[in-house]
Design a protein. Structure first.
Length: 103
């Protein structure tokens, strides 16, 4: 995982923690009352949720684009090197079979 992705993940996790914290505070403060403070807190929770949703959407889009790029690269490699790909797959299968057989 590169530094940009790690930073995005850390930021997203911090946003999600903030959402949970605000939601817990909202539940505690509105348990018996509904006033100006509760409305302000609800607005903060909604803003935090919107930021978290946007962050999740961005992270999802980035993950999808990376997965597509990796799939295209693997497809190109297999088309350019079919016999080598078969050998690698057979070797991997043999290794997995040996490891499973030892149990």
């Amino acid at each position: 995982m590169n530094d940009v992705t790690a930073a995005q993940t850390d930021k997203l996790m911090a946003d999600l923690r903030l959402v949970v914290s605000d939601a817990e505070e909202l539940l505690r403060s509105t348990a018996g009352q509904a006033g100006e403070g509760a409305a302000e807190l609800r607005d903060r929770v909604q803003a935090s949720l919107a930021r978290a949703r946007a962050g999740l959407a961005d992270a999802q889009d980035a993950a999808i684009s990376r997965a597509r790029a990796a799939g295209r690269a693997a497809d190109d490699y297999v088309h350019d090197n079919p016999w080598r790909s078969i050998g690698i797959a057979a070797g991997f299968g043999l290794l997995v079979g040996l490891l499973i057989g030892r149990r």
